[in-house]
Design a protein around this ligand. Structure first.
Ligand code: SF4
Length: 359
């Protein structure tokens, strides 16, 4: 808790506020945290006003926020799932350059879509979006459905994505719940709400007149202020209304795992030897990558090492420049085709980082 008993939390996020708002906030945090009976007595209007005023002043200037075009909103929402904003920005522009409309996306070959997605990971998202684009062209005349209910019927569109597109692009009053919103709500009410109760709480709080902005403001608050560790309560626009004012007791810490893997990098005559993952693989099906090998054991040091993280696993990748093993699914691929090849992000990273130039 920030005040009133236990040790204060570290608050290291600082935003600039105008004088009136800063004074109001200072006064707010000097009051003890509210005691709330779940959500019934919560001052929703005040919360909406405070949150939206803060969002209007402090939101990040992100490329997808300059447009309410549903295709762009949809693309950004899919790309941002489990991927950092910084990594998404470059891919977002490149994807739109290659597939500027849902009609162009529907007409593209899957391998081209996967190539444009390369580096973002979780390729199922790209496959599903491609499949959904075909449905939109075939069944909706190329127009993206305008309601959360209709959007939910598309491949790869779940409750969160449907609500995000419907509220941001079409103004439908429907709330989103992602990891950020969940954390903000739980801290706000000092209650571990989950499942349907969480969606209900988000919908109760929603500002129906500015649903798209409200949803984005909740996610922005969770990403920039009410962060998983050391939330910035001193600069939080809703601190007065918050029952926790800090991390909740017993918050689980995600444990990162470590793994070491080895790859053979075999280049010759402007070509590199790659293998294709099985079409049935649960991860990155059909994508091209360097052949994974056992530790060669004949010399102590690989040619170079690359670090790579996927969800909760940190990989130490040992790359050995050597003749590739004789693998049935392997193929020599010309380096000039690399840009357009559906290749895993790790393979692309290794080829770029190789001390002796590969691409
Ligand atoms: S909502 Fe988050 S950042 Fe704001 S006061 Fe509560 S715990 Fe702190």
């Amino acid at each position: 808790m920030l005040l009133g008993g236990a040790a204060p939390q570290r608050c290291d996020k600082v935003h600039s506020f105008n004088g009136g708002l800063a004074a109001e906030l200072l006064e707010s945090i000097l009051k003890p945290p509210r005691k709330l009976d779940a959500f019934s007595n919560f001052p929703k209007m005040k919360f909406r006003r405070r949150l939206l005023a803060w969002y209007d002043l402090h939101r990040r200037d992100l490329p997808w926020r300059s447009s309410r075009d549903p295709y762009r909103v949809w693309l950004s929402e899919i790309m941002l799932q489990q991927t950092r904003v910084a990594a998404v920005i470059a891919h977002y522009h490149e994807f739109l350059r290659r597939f500027p409309t849902v009609i162009k996306l529907a007409a593209a070959r899957e391998s081209s879509v996967l190539a444009a997605w390369s580096g973002l990971g979780y390729y199922r998202r790209a496959r599903m979006m491609h499949a959904a684009a075909k449905v939109i062209v075939r069944e909706h005349g190329g127009n993206i459905p305008a309601s959360a209910k209709a959007l939910l019927a598309l491949p790869g569109v779940g409750r969160y994505t449907a609500a995000a597109i419907a509220s941001i692009a079409f103004g439908e009053p429907v709330a989103v719940v992602d990891g950020n919103v969940e954390r903000v709500l739980q801290r706000l009410f000092a209650k571990r709400v989950a499942g349907e109760e969480l969606w209900q709480a988000a919908n109760d709080l929603l500002d129906a007149k500015r649903s798209g902005d409200f949803n984005q403001a909740m996610m922005e608050l969770g990403a920039m202020v009410c962060t998983p560790r050391a939330p910035g309560c001193l600069t939080c626009p809703v601190v007065e209304l918050c029952a926790t004012r800090g991390e909740m007791a017993g918050a689980a810490k995600a444990r990162q795992k470590k793994r070491e893997i080895h790859y053979a990098l075999d280049c010759s005559d402007g070509q590199v030897f790659l293998v294709q993952r099985s079409r049935d693989a649960s991860l990155m099906a059909g994508m091209w990558e360097l052949p994974e090998i056992a530790h060669p054991g004949d010399r102590a040091q690989p040619d170079f090492i690359v670090r790579h993280s996927i969800t909760v696993t940190n990989y130490k990748v040992h790359v050995w420049r050597r003749t590739a093993p004789d693998l049935a699914l392997g193929k020599w691929i010309p380096l000039r085709r690399m840009r357009k090849l559906a290749m895993t992000g790790l393979t692309r990273k290794i080829l770029r980082r190789s001390p002796s130039p590969v691409v």
